[in-house]
Write a protein of this length. Sequence first.
Length: 116
Amino acid sequence: QVDLVESGGGLVQTGGSLRLSCSGSGRSLNNYHWGWFRQAPGKEREFVTRITSSGITTSYADFVKGRFTLSRDNEKNILTLQMNRLEPEDTAVYYCWANWAGLDSWGKGTLVTVSP
């Protein structure tokens, strides 16, 4: 299992940007699929984006396409989510997720709040 620590959350106005980072430790994440989920108040956790272990394929939920960009640095074990044109509906706790051989690892989350 790998330890994941998120950072970069905070308060931003509608239309603003934030950059979330997820740092992995405990082992190399080169073979892990990696991504982000989020959970808004009163709602279930939902998929946001993921990137394959090779870094070749990235997928996004429809509600973030064109606004969010995911990237990974396998040498530094860091996953970065650039979030642009944020909307109040993006307010949520964002969780870093990693998967290898069917086993999931989760971070504790970082809060993103977008004010109207």
